[in-house]
Design a protein around this ligand. Sequence first.
Ligand code: NAP
Length: 301
Amino acid sequence: MSSGPEKLIDGKAVAETIFSEVAAGVSDFSRSRRPPFLAVVIAGEDPASQAYVKSKVTAAARCGIGSTLIELPATVEAAYLRDRLDRLNADPGIDGILVQMPLPPHIDQQKIIESISPDKDVDGLHPYNLGRLASDKPRFIPCTPLGILELLARYGARTEGRRVVVVGRSILVGKPVALLLSRKHGSGNATVTICHSSTRDLGLVTREADILIVAIGKAHAIGGDMIGGGAVVIDVGMNRVPDASAKKGYRLTGDVDFESAYPMVSLITPVPGGVGPMTVAMLMRNTLQAARWAHGVRDDG
Ligand code: NAP
């Protein structure tokens, strides 16, 4: 077990490396074709969602990926949004489409996800792409789970044969990361347990984890007493907690109580600066991949 700052998984630094790799790939791709292009759609003015889409558009520019931000009012009708997506699906100049979640409550999110062409679904959330992942033939993989795998790999956290506990079973994070880590082929080959709000004696399960992935959306829900010595902890949570000393009146914090967890772990992601930047980096990688596939570029070149 290591100690000191080397226990921190620096997601921001890894994301920077990936941005450079994607930029190089984009430059190579664009030598004989137009650059990859991403359409980002947002409905409403939720400040957190606004910040996320801005970071995605900025990242695209840094990678040389073209992008458009389509901003719709919170009152937008579902039929209008679906029609807008139909046009983006049919537009040969668009490689990837991302609809920022959550959508306003009157819109059925699942129906909107299913309105995106699976070939442009760079978020990997369309049932076709999730089904491919479940069938062990992944195409687009959801960005946050992909980012988690990348962090584990780049920090040398072995997964094969190890006990992974995932807390949270969302389609966005928990389920796909569990599927990825339990694959026989590729990275993974771990023994994976999924926990949720009905799991009895959660701490008993989480303490057994060599790798503990937490995605529940509850600030500091997992304390050091729920972590086994030497575990690798990936904290996906992104919670806003009031903080009068902060300029914005709040600060971001994870699902893991960092202070009590830190002495227990061998590696841990901070919040912010852990998983978050990786989600954006993987979106860029998926968008480049979408463009390559759309142009018939083979995976090996
Ligand atoms: P979600 O759809 O709300 O799912 C939460 C999951 O956690 C559910 O499966 C729920 O169980 C489980 N859960 C809730 N409370 C629990 C508890 N006390 N003990 C055990 N399990 C519990 O959330 P999500 O979309 O996966 O997001 C989770 C967190 O990750 C949020 O803070 C979100 O903002 C963050 N996030 C961050 C990124 C990033 O890029 N960093 C990306 C995506 C999400 P049930 O199924 O039984 O209800």
